[in-house]
Design a protein around this ligand. Structure first.
Ligand SMILES: [Fe+2]
Length: 439
């Protein structure tokens, strides 16, 4: 997996060279980027500056595939029939131009394997600050990335969405991103999520399509909620939430439940804890003993504890940082155990029942690392260390590869991986659905 980090930089340079060589080729505006990771499927999305057809070539276990992709404003190409816990490489081909990426599919549902993920949010329109956070994040090798919302400052501003993807492009080419809907990501009088929905493809298992959803990775269930004012008051999402929590707790293969939503129930920063959330959802989190809750909205790092549950605020993704609230609610004061006004992200390691959340500043230094045991039964000890972390400025964290290593002699991704290799393209080997995007 270390090769994957190095290859990311090399790949970017080669992609530019490849694209520039084709004068008539359309320009890649966004992506390609990865969405909706599952054990046997994933979605690749991209946007060109003109609507032209292309191809998606996938190389990995189960055979190589070439998929015809029709023209669309934003392409959303789902690939099915993949092998779990396996590494694949993909190439988007449009005319003479190509763009490469790679991904690893999720483990089988319920398989108790170590994994890690990043949580980051609130980039909004802080472009250079956002870039600093993402550059530090690029030294990580997570299994996926969770967003706590407010990716842009104004949801109707397509130029801001473009800025978001410009900064994230190299990262999201090889890392699956699961977004939560922030209040600034919405648009119009109806506070719709039109742009958010057009740019992201998430599991469509929520009551209101794609504004909230759930997915399972290994032995953990993730509930990504829409905590905006016009949503969390709706009983349908609350009913859905409780059904999901109950189902996860009844499922013997699910060890952990992680909740992600934009607004924090507890905070001593500018916005403070959301009282409605404390009344409506926090009791459910306690009843079903969720592992932890990740939020954003306040542009700081906070760790809180309330009635035995841990809550993290991670809103340091690039937006202007917030101060402490002059007169915070006493409940928030009692709950918040750690506060820092800084650009940062979270790295979460899950090993059996062991949870470790490390908050990392944009300069690479560690704010703090919090670890605890979640659930009643301990998992079998892993074969080796999951993470070898080196605290201190600029020190990268390198995780052991969860999937098979590249073939001998291959240390980075290369544009030559599909050329001259006698590759057999198994047309139709995958079920591919290219859906027309909702406007
Ligand atoms: Fe917000």
């Amino acid at each position: 997996m270390l090769a994957r980090v190095r290859g990311l930089v090399i790949s970017c340079a080669l992609v530019v060279a490849s694209a520039s060589a084709a004068e008539a080729a359309p320009k890649m505006v966004k992506g390609p980027y990865l969405q909706d990771l599952a054990p046997t499927s994933i979605t690749v999305m991209w946007q060109l500056d003109e609507q032209v057809p292309g191809k998606l070539i996938v190389e990995g276990p189960g055979g190589n595939r070439e998929i015809d992709v029709p023209a669309d404003r934003i392409v959303e190409a789902r690939i099915d029939n993949l092998e779990p816990s396996s590494r694949y490489r993909y190439r988007v081909v449009v005319g003479d131009a190509t763009w490469d990426g790679e991904f690893a599919t999720a483990p089988p549902i319920g398989k108790d394997v170590p994994f890690s993920f990043i949580v980051v949010g609130d980039s909004r329109d802080g472009i250079e600050q956002h870039r600093r956070v993402v550059e530090r994040m690029s030294q990580e090798v997570p299994d996926f990335i969770l967003g706590t919302g407010d990716m842009v400052d104004e949801g109707f501003r397509q130029d801001q969405w473009q800025q978001f993807f410009d900064v994230e492009n190299a990262t999201l080419r090889d890392n699956v991103y699961f977004p939560a809907l922030g209040n600034h990501d919405r648009q119009g009088r109806g506070r719709t999520a039109d742009s958010y929905r057009s740019y992201f493809s998430v599991p469509e298992n929520g009551g209101e399509t794609e504004r909230y959803y759930a997915f399972t990775y290994a032995s953990a269930r993730f509930l990504v909620l829409d905590s905006n004012e016009y949503s969390f008051a709706l009983t349908d999402q609350t009913a859905w939430l409780e059904r999901e929590l109950a189902a996860a707790r009844d499922d013997a293969t699910i060890r952990h439940i992680f909740v992600v939503m934009h607004h924090p129930p507890f905070s001593i920063s500018l916005h403070g804890g959301a009282l409605d959330l404390r009344e409506r959802w926090t009791p459910l989190f306690e009843k079903y003993q969720v592992t932890t809750v990740f939020s954003g909205h306040d542009h700081v790092y906070e760790r809180a504890e309330h009635n035995g549950l841990r809550y993290f605020v991670t809103g340091g993704g690039g937006a202007p940082l917030y101060p402490r609230r002059p007169h915070p609610n006493p409940v928030d004061v009692e709950a918040v155990k750690k506060f820092e006004r800084t650009l940062h992200y979270l790295r979460v390691n899950v090993t059996g029942n062991h949870i470790e959340v490390t908050a990392i500043r944009a300069d690479g230094t560690t704010i703090e690392s919090t670890a605890w045991t979640d659930g009643p039964a301990e998992a079998p000890a892993p074969a080796g260390p999951v993470v070898a972390s080196v605290p201190g400025a600029g020190a990268p964290s390198i995780k052991a590869a969860p999937v098979a290593a590249p073939p001998p002699g291959e240390t980075t991704r290369s544009l030559g991986w599909l050329v001259g290799g006698g590759i057999v393209l198994a047309l139709g080997a995958a079920v591919v659905v290219v859906r027309t995007m909702r406007q």
